[in-house]
Design a protein around this ligand. Structure first.
Ligand SMILES: Cc1cc2nc3c(=O)[nH]c(=O)nc-3n(C[C@H](O)[C@H](O)[C@H](O)COP(=O)(O)OP(=O)(O)OC[C@H]3O[C@@H](n4cnc5c(N)ncnc54)[C@H](O)[C@@H]3O)c2cc1C
Length: 411
């Protein structure tokens, strides 16, 4: 690397994905001096073109505030187990965002929000070293297109997705990591009505995951198989084709379909030992905020970094701001141990369990809207008890699987 340049700023954001960009844009709007760096060469390059489904809670206000492009919204999903089906119309919407480098992608509109608010954005740039003094990073050595630049920020936001640069440098420990992999395609001519999504569960064709297919408009849809990498016995794309071939409902959806482009990726689900280390704060996937069962990460990535920006705006560029962020994020994510326990149980479910769960969801929704299940104070627990009592032998095996996961972690 040639030439050394030294710069100061309030906040250095590393990673221009949803987590990094939301935080950078929000802070710059409030006149903080923000530099955002990304190792890719343009917005969205880290993601092959795909459509991400994002629960709208907390996101609609960001769509307005940052003028974010999205393809459409839906609140209708159909859940299918091998022998059962349940159509759910929720009060919570899902927003379809295009990811990747195209003009109307989420990544590109977040980049525009950063630029419009005055963030100094550098592509082809990544940190190569950190200078630490008493646990606080005094400066970051950056390689910007082969040029060495030393930046002295007051706060550093690590929003690097799955990349482990900061966690390695700052000794962040990861507990029980599970690799979740996805393979799919943007599709033309899916035989589905617009703005509808289907999710299929099967222990053999999507082990530890699901098959997701949705149609956004007359022109475009998305199909993807998601699985737990450690349970795969062959390449993931084989599961994609086999699932379509073996499931008659999926087969009919794909009868006239044509792939536009294929995409694949991998994410880690885990719990980490800390999200704040001195003046470095982790956001989004780097903070392991993704939902452990469905591996959806865009909503928590954007919400986590919005909390961080709000806390810095309220408290200033100091450590109490980071502590408050940590508390807010914990509140938002809820009981993390329990969420990760669900991942463990999910990995043990058989097709008989999926049939029972989908049927129970149908039954429960007929008694009281399933949205209320999220709020246990509102939910009448007798409905849940009646649902479980309908097939006691399966309820008992499910309870035993949960108990085994708690008391025998390696089960
Ligand atoms: C195949 C697949 C399908 C998915 N589908 C969905 C879905 O439907 N819904 C959903 O909610 N989520 C989905 N996700 C997850 C979602 O993509 C992530 O949770 C989300 O992008 C997280 O945002 P982020 O900003 O934390 O990380 P990222 O989007 O990964 O952004 C990180 C950024 O940091 C940059 N970077 C990384 N390391 C460095 C470094 N050392 N120096 C500089 N820059 C760096 C990268 O180039 C990138 O731009 C999917 C993931 C995959 C892989």
């Amino acid at each position: 690397m040639s030439e050394i340049l030294s710069l100061k700023c309030d906040v250095l954001v590393v990673g221009a994905g949803p987590a990094g960009a939301v935080c950078a844009a929000k802070l710059a709007k409030k006149k903080f001096e923000v530099i955002c760096i990304d190792k890719s060469s343009c917005p969205g390059e880290a993601h092959t073109p795909k459509i991400d489904i994002v629960e709208s809670k907390g996101i609609e206000k960001l769509v307005k505030e940052f003028n974010l492009d999205f393809l459409s919204k839906t609140n209708k999903s159909v859940w299918c187990s091998p022998n059962n089906k349940f159509t759910f119309v929720s009060s919570v919407k899902d927003i379809f965002f295009l990811r990747g480098t195209s003009k109307n992608s989420l990544d590109n509109s977040l980049f525009l929000a950063m630029k419009n608010n005055g963030v100094d954005v550098w592509f082809n740039s990544k940190p190569v070293d950190l200078n630490l003094k008493n646990g606080v990073v005094s400066s970051v050595v950056i390689n910007k297109k082969g040029k060495k630049i030393i930046v002295e920020p007051k706060i550093i936001v690590a929003a690097t997705g799955n990349d482990s640069f900061f966690s390695q440098k700052l000794n962040v420990t990861e507990f029980n990591p599970v690799s979740i992999v996805g393979f799919g395609s943007l599709m033309k001519n899916l035989s589905l009505e617009n703005n509808s999504t289907y999710i299929f569960f099967d222990e053999f064709y999507a082990p530890g995951g699901y098959f997701f297919v949705g149609r956004v408009s007359d022109k475009i849809g998305i199909a993807m198989v998601v699985a737990n990498k450690s349970r795969l016995k062959k390449p993931l794309k084989d599961y994609f084709y086999e699932f379509i071939e073996k499931n008659s409902e999926l087969y009919s959806i794909f009868l006239n379909a044509e792939p536009i482009n294929f995409n694949s990726g991998e994410r880690t689900i885990s719990m980490i030992s800390k999200r704040v280390s001195g003046n470095v704060v982790f956001c989004g996937d780097a903070a392991r905020t993704m939902s452990p069962v469905f591996a959806y990460g865009v909503n928590p990535a954007m919400n986590s970094s919005y909390f961080l920006a709000q806390s810095i705006i309220k408290n200033g560029l100091n450590l109490p701001a980071l502590t408050e962020y940590n508390k807010e994020l914990k509140k938002f994510l809820g009981n993390e141990k329990q969420r990760h326990l669900f991942r463990g149980i999910y990995d043990k479910l058989t097709n008989q369990d999926f049939d029972f769960l989908v049927d129970s969801a149908n039954y429960l929704n007929s008694k009281q809207h399933l949205d209320d299940l999220i709020d246990f104070n509102k939910y009448k627990s007798r409905n849940l008890v009646f649902a479980l009592l309908r097939k006691p032998h399966i309820s008992i095996t499910l309870t035993l699987k949960a108990a085994a996961k708690i008391f025998l972690p390696f089960y």
